[in-house]
Design a protein around this ligand. Structure first.
Ligand SMILES: NC(=O)c1ccc[n+]([C@@H]2O[C@H](COP(=O)([O-])OP(=O)(O)OC[C@H]3O[C@@H](n4cnc5c(N)ncnc54)[C@H](OP(=O)(O)O)[C@@H]3O)[C@@H](O)[C@H]2O)c1
Length: 356
């Protein structure tokens, strides 16, 4: 049975969607009319209000590296072509399947895993994913009430920042953390969270404007890692000792060089590779002589990051105005290629969003 059979609301037969049929550069993205999906008995139909672009979507659009974000990887749930890009979205419940109990029509949620994708006007999602907590406290898809849909979608990366720093890397008050790509969509949240945990933050970013933002958000030191020697800057800032934690999603040389600015017993959490390099040679010497730990983060870590307890802690911080996403770039679906291009050219600051 479909959502439209159950509710006396008419939904259009077709909708706008961002799709691509071949792998390649940003130009392969198009906005097309496709069939509006129908919710099954255990599903709900949602109206998509805003979608945050995750860097992994760029890898997938290129066809993956065979290892990172490969569109052929079933774990990304991508069947096609046509391919429908994913991403964390702010949605509103529009219709319920017959068995979709407990979900309120019109309620707003922060959710991924939408079918057929996230950059669509209407999407279907498993009703179980949207279940509220019985005690009325924020659940895994809760949104900060005062946020706009774009801020909600961008806030969707706060659980990643929280879990990578606090749980995976075990960042503690008084420690120093090196955050790379700190003016990115996830980085801006990581700065604020690391400060809220009582850590000292050394932030890298690739332009003066980005460095200003990292300072504004609380970074104790901002380093331009495209023009300056970040290893020297970090060693100077830590009196030669190095940092306890490195938060790493850039890969390549940034990964390799980061090993040289870690303190004895330091932990590095690696959760992405914006340089698109998932392979390469790693010098194990620093691991042996400094007892370093490398923590990989991804896959099931995402589920561990999206617990009601973590969401509640993050929403409390947001409501206290101690955690805010940075939203400077919002594009209509029809201009999705410009949005991807902006990120790829390293010109984006904070999260890049799409809206119907
Ligand atoms: N493992 C997981 O499950 C998971 C989940 C969510 C996110 N992630 C990862 O978290 C990281 C952050 O994600 P995000 O979506 O918030 O992205 P983002 O940080 O906003 O990414 C864009 C920024 O990355 C930096 N960058 C460094 N090298 C780059 C290169 N070669 N090309 C383009 N940009 C480069 C640029 O900043 P500068 O100019 O300042 O260098 C750019 O502005 C990504 O690696 C993403 O895949 C992983």
């Amino acid at each position: 049975m479909s959502g439209r059979d159950i509710n006396p609301v008419r939904f259009p037969d077709t909708m706008k969607a961002v799709v691509y049929r071949e792998f390649g550069g940003p130009e392969v993205l198009h906005c097309e009319e496709v069939a509006t999906p129908q919710a099954g008995p255990d599903e709900v139909l949602v109206k998509v209000l805003a979608v945050a672009i995750d860097y992994i979507q760029l890898h997938i659009r290129r066809g993956g590296s065979g290892r990172i974000g490969s569109a052929r990887e079933s774990s990304y749930g991508i069947a096609g072509p046509p391919y429908f890009p994913g991403g964390t979205a702010c949605v509103e419940v529009a219709a319920l399947g017959t068995n979709a109990k407990g979900v309120e029509l019109g309620s707003r949620h922060l959710v991924g895993g939408l079918r057929p994708g996230s950059c669509v006007e209407w999407a279907v999602v498993d009703a179980k994913a949207l279940q509220p907590r019985p005690d009325g406290r924020p659940g895994t898809t809760a949104c900060p009430p005062s946020f706009t849909p774009e801020q909600v979608a961008a806030f969707g990366y706060a659980p990643v920042a929280y879990h990578t720093l606090k749980i995976a890397a075990g960042l503690k008050a008084g420690e120093t953390v090196l955050l790379h790509a700190a003016a990115g969509g996830t980085g801006v949240l990581a700065i604020q969270l690391a400060k809220s945990f009582g850590a000292r933050v050394l932030a890298t970013a690739g332009s003066p404007e980005k460095l200003d933002l990292t300072r504004e958000l609380g970074a104790d030191l901002a380093i331009n890692y495209r023009t300056d020697d970040f290893v020297a800057a970090v060693l100077e800032a830590t009196s030669g000792r190095g940092v306890e934690v490195v938060w790493e999603s850039v890969g390549g040389e940034v990964f390799t060089q980061s090993l040289n600015c870690m303190a004895e017993g330091g932990r590095m959490v690696s959760f992405g590779s914006n340089t698109f390099t998932g392979t390469g040679q790693v010098d194990f010497w620093p691991f042996w002589v400094k007892n370093l730990k490398l923590i990989g983060w991804g896959g099931s870590s995402n589920a561990e990051a999206h617990t009601p307890e973590i969401m509640e802690a993050l929403i409390d911080l947001a409501q206290a105005d101690r955690l805010r996403p940075v939203v400077r770039h919002v594009y209509p679906f029809g201009d999705a290629s410009s949005a991807h291009r902006l990120i790829e050219e390293r010109l984006s600051i904070g999260k890049v969003l799409l809206r119907p």
